[in-house]
Design a protein around this ligand. Sequence first.
Ligand code: COA
Length: 437
Amino acid sequence: MYVAKYKSKVVSPEEAVKVVKSGNRVWLQANSCYPKVLEHAMCDRYQELNDVEVAHITIFEKPRYLEPEMEGHFRHNALFTSGHVRKAVNEGKADFTPIFLSEISTIIERGILPIDVAFLHLSCPDVHGYCSYGVSNAISKTAAENAKIVVAQLNPQMPRVHGDNFIHIDRIDRIVDVDEPLIEVPMVDPNVTEEDKKIYRRIGELIAGMIKDGDTLQMGIGAIPDAVLNYLTEKNDLGIHTEMFSDGLIDLVEKGIVNGDKKTLLPGKIVASFVIATKKTFDFVNNNPIVEFRPTKFVNDPFIIARNDNMVSINSALQVDFTGQACSDSIGHRIYSGFGGQVDFIRGASKSKNGRPILAFASTAKNHTISKIVDTLTPGAGVTTSKADIHYVVTEYGIADLYGKTIRQRARALIDIAHPKFRDELEQKAKEYKYLW
Ligand code: COA
């Protein structure tokens, strides 16, 4: 029955995007589910459209709507600022909304961020008429369920991923058939230097020492959280409850190191919301019953995260000051990324029985010329993780355990894991502020 329905909804991309009107807000699915065909077809109509807001989180395609001639026709609202939109956000040509990833659904559901049209990129319908949100659920299920109109490009190459990750064909208003490979995003930066590799290895080893058999892990975005996975080969019975994962996880599953046996919430399941990965991971998640994708309003909810005993969250930061305040989303006033799930997971892991929230980063940036441990955050750098939320900070020089500690103890512990060449300078500052004496 659904086949006839499906066919009746199939139109050309040009026809499908006619539903977008001036002044609308259009939600675009993220990551490797970016609905490029629909986005391009909408941009072809730019001269007919004004003040259309285009909202989404992480993307890995260069969007057409940011091309110079589109100004005034489309404006981007970044709920997480990834590489392709960073310049526009910092030049004032696009907007940024600071928000926890767990709560983007809240602002959609409460009508603070109402969605007129949702553009999706889905798997083809199964025998029951259900299409999967594929490799990126995140906010898209919430956006589609709250949008006035849903337009989807269906792709036979989109994996069918299990979990609360499906939409019925009845809920889709217009369909465009596409057949194209997904964009692949390797986590390993090809430009990483041998020296940086050594730093990642040291941090990976330190964090591996903090992880116990039976722990449930979250790995955040960035080079370090992913690198940690390489150092877990001696562990047993690990579980996963994470907003995202990448290729590094697959080997641990195949070796039986990650099996979810000891998880206290959804045992046996790899609970996630999206992947930032390559075909290796796309093939792994396809029709794999151990993979459970759910919206971030579930996966990132700190109360849900906390139901996993022994929850270890591993995230990264750009700067941490003496008091333990971490900035992870901007370099001074320059917006770099967003809150993502950092605070969601730090709070969830903090409330978990035997939980351990970790922030890990190389001690220096910009070819070792800048210390990431600072006396004061750079003006414009806001607090992502507050000093009351922070627990463990890890650099290649060691582990600082800040939770429940005084400012004096924090300053001491952080200076001790700063790069040695900055320690005297930091110590002077700490004395000036009367944090140390
Ligand atoms: N001062 C100036 N520049 C700095 C800096 C500092 N203190 N720290 C980092 N940088 C620069 C780096 O040199 C690099 O510059 P480049 O792009 O020109 O090479 C850039 O900022 C990124 O730094 P890097 O340390 O390589 O970042 P990363 O890719 O490892 O990601 C975060 C780290 C913090 C940006 C990333 O984890 C993030 O966005 N976190 C917030 C959201 C989050 O944690 N979500 C978790 C759940 S997904």
